[in-house]
Ligand binder design. Structure first.
Ligand SMILES: Cc1cc2nc3c(=O)[nH]c(=O)nc-3n(C[C@H](O)[C@H](O)[C@H](O)COP(=O)(O)OP(=O)(O)OC[C@H]3O[C@@H](n4cnc5c(N)ncnc54)[C@H](O)[C@@H]3O)c2cc1C
Length: 671
């Protein structure tokens, strides 16, 4: 195959997906019974893919490391899922969702894929409603929507603050139907340790049973990787503790190109770090920015008074508050995209206006919303809207109905009541737009190996809009992969069962055993977490929200040093033949230590600011956009896909040029 053939269909963009489906090969229903597909990961992307492929007749072997698909990281998604249904009659359309996604991603995504995503978004909602997903409804009983950052319409479907959980229960019930029928063989608590290739094609995986330590070989005609994102390379993130890059990294080492590793999303509304001994960060859903106003004190003496406990935020007069997003971005205000909101918070905190003891926190304030909603409620019920106490009480009830579980979560973690005092928030690592490079069929550069959901480099370019990850994962799993995989599998109907005792399988198994033996026998002096934390600190300080050439070069050097020390000094207690969480972590951190270097290398080569990737050397000077990120379309309008060549430093860059025929390339302005 030509290197990086995206297989994007030609012709009018609105017809491409339909035309493509008409043109590609399909497998007839009787022949699907002859074909096995491995799906690694049963979050929203993998769960949807497993259920759909089995429903179509393929034999699916599904793997996850949790004790049930219900516990995938997808369960954490709070805010919602986008779809261009235009239920609010506010002018939404497939084109507008496509446009917002390409613009939001700072023109670094593939047009054909994004259009398809917008097109199938509406089917996702119908599918999930049919499964019984309890989306929020408005007073008339119709599905409700809210707005999310970076767009001017309300298109986000939600189930209180538990959208991911409800969607996952839907996908899981669809899977369960097939598990029951024997069409899905479910391997819970199995971690994929390596990919097996036979004659250049992905033909199986090696797994470790996390309870017994048993290593086993599994074969299939195709392998789908739906193992989520790699935000935990930063150690601290909002991702689930187990989220990792291992499956994606193993296929990278076997020939799958890794695209745009430096595109990371730092989410603006997370609970700030409280100190050095934390292992997890908590997201406060972006939906909170719909009604909350973000500010810091405008005066340094007020900042000092707050930090020393002499003043409370509610005592700061209105005229001394700096609602910096509303000030800098009047058109979008608090609803600017995540990358813009995160950098603006950092800018204020770096300037000395952070409101907690670490200096890394800003306020998210509900008092205006409480008053606004309270007055409306009073008017609706014919009550006195000038009665402040009554209005506040009514307003709090509305806020509780909309965000109650999020407020409760905040209070449990911080011991502060957000109905009475503004929340404190700060940006944290949340999502990775980079990932395994895939073509229009979601096939990686390894034949027969596919990637779906957050694991692929996805449709979000350099920055993902809120509520679009669930949309993409479910689009991939329910509506894209089940069609496109047939194009490859149509040629496999006569292949027969793939044996799992061939030299390729035995060699891969042997390599896995060797690594495990090494870890349990190394008897070093430092824990796995010791290395992971050091890696995370380098990543956050030098490859975080803001990046520059000096920091990136240092990061590359330092990560390499940490990696070398890891292989000398890592200590993994316990043994290999049973439950051993330290052993699990060791394998994952080993992969993060390689990915981290490639990540920094990618960030170094991309000497432009785009989306979540902010290079200090590339900013607008003068004019209305002064100080904002400066994208460099002439030199960097491409997907950077890295080929593994041994060490991360030897990785070879391949470029997939990005063409924009249906959207005009513009400076992304939210002012
Ligand atoms: C706190 C939080 C809130 C969010 N809120 C929203 C939101 O409101 N809207 C939105 O659109 N997006 C949201 N996101 C993003 C979204 O939740 C994720 O991008 C999405 O759920 C990822 O789904 P996935 O199926 O690709 O991967 P995951 O849900 O991460 O699933 C990964 C699967 O892979 C398995 N796995 C991983 N490695 C291995 C291995 N080596 N072997 C075997 N199995 C493996 C896991 O067991 C799991 O089953 C949020 C993210 C976070 C962190």
């Amino acid at each position: 195959m030509a290197v990086l053939d995206s297989k994007s269909p030609k012709g009018p963009i609105a017809n491409r997906w339909t035309k493509h489906k008409n043109d590609i090969n399909v497998v007839n229903p009787a022949n699907k019974r002859l074909i096995d597909v491995i799906v690694v990961g049963t979050g929203l992307a993998g769960g949807a893919a497993s259920a759909s492929l089995a429903e179509m007749g393929y034999n699916v072997k599904a793997f996850c490391y949790q004790d049930s698909p219900r516990r995938a990281h997808s369960i954490a998604a709070q805010g919602g899922i986008n779809a261009a249904k235009n239920y609010q009659n506010d002018g939404d359309s497939t084109y507008r969702l496509f446009y917002d996604t390409v613009k939001g991603g700072d023109y670094r995504a593939r047009e054909s894929n994004v259009y398809r995503l917008a097109e199938v978004s509406t089917n996702i909602i119908d599918q999930c409603v049919a499964q019984g997903v309890p989306f929020a409804r408005d007073y008339g009983g119709l599905l409700d929507n809210r707005s999310f950052g970076g767009v001017l319409v309300s298109r986000t479907f939600y189930a209180k603050g538990q959208t991911g959980q409800q969607l996952l229960l839907g996908a899981y019930s669809a899977m369960n139907r097939q598990i029951n029928k024997g069409k899905i063989q479910m391997f819970n608590r199995h971690e994929m340790m390596d990919l097996v290739k036979v004659d250049g094609k992905a033909r199986g995986i090696i797994t470790r049973n996390l309870h017994t330590g048993e290593i086993s070989r599994h074969s299939a005609h195709a392998v789908v990787i739906a193992t989520g994102g790699y935000g935990n390379v930063y150690f601290l993130s909002t991702n689930a503790m187990g989220s990792n890059v291992t499956a994606a990294w193993k296929i990278h080492k076997k020939g799958a190109f890794f695209a745009n590793p430096c595109y990371t999303q730092i989410h603006p509304t997370c609970i700030p770090r409280s100190g050095d001994h934390q292992s997890k960060l908590t997201l406060m859903s972006e939906s909170l920015r719909n009604d909350g106003r973000i500010w810091v004190p405008g005066r340094k003496d007020h900042v000092e008074a707050i930090r020393s406990g002499k003043m409370k935020p509610v005592e700061i007069p209105e005229e001394d508050r700096d609602y910096y997003l509303e000030r800098r971005y009047p058109a979008f205000g608090n609803l600017v995209p995540r990358d813009v909101a995160s950098r603006a918070a950092k800018e204020r905190c770096d300037a000395g206006y952070g409101v907690n003891s670490t200096g890394e926190a800003v306020y998210l304030d509900y008092s205006s919303a409480i008053e606004r909603y309270g007055k409306t409620e009073a008017n609706i019920n014919g009550l006195d809207s000038s009665d402040t106490e009554l209005v506040t009480k009514l307003g709090k009830k509305v806020i509780e109905a909309k965000y109650g579980n999020l407020f409760q979560m905040y209070e449990k973690i911080t011991d502060e009541n957000p109905y009475e005092t503004p929340m404190m928030i700060y940006p944290a690592v949340h999502y990775t737009m980079g990932g395994i490079w895939v073509d229009y069929n979601l096939m990686t550069t390894i034949e027969g190996c596919y990637a779906a959901g957050e694991a692929n480099f996805s449709d979000h370019g350099a920055n993902r809009l809120g509520a679009s990850a669930l949309m993409q994962g479910l689009a991939d799993g329910y509506f894209v992969l089940p069609y496109t995989i047939g194009d490859f599998l149509a040629a496999e109907i006569r292949t027969g069962e793939i044996p799992n005792d061939t030299p390729e399988f035995l060699e891969a198994e042997n390599d896995v055993r060797k690594q495990i033996d090494f870890f349990v026998n190394n008897k070093g002096t430092k824990s796995v977490d010791h290395f992971h934390k050091r890696l995370g600190k380098v990543m956050w300080d030098k490859v975080g929200m803001s990046r520059n050439i000096t920091g990136l070069e240092e990061a590359i050097r330092e990560i390499k040093e940490i990696r070398e020390e890891f292989w000398r000094e890592v200590k993994v207690p316990g043994d290999a033949d049973g439950l051993n969480p330290e052993l699990e972590k060791a394998g994952r951190v080993a992969d993060f230590l390689e990915l981290g270097e490639l990540f920094a290398k990618d960030a170094l080569h991309r000497n432009e600011s785009c989306g979540g990737h902010f290079r200090e050397e590339s900013v607008e000077v003068g004019g209305p956009q002064d100080g904002e990120a400066l994208r460099e379309d002439v030199n960097f309008r491409y997907v950077a896909a890295w080929e593994y060549k041994g060490e991360p430093s030897d990785a070879v860059l391949h470029k997939e040029p990005l063409e924009f025929n249906d959207i005009e390339l513009k400076q992304r302005s939210y002012k």
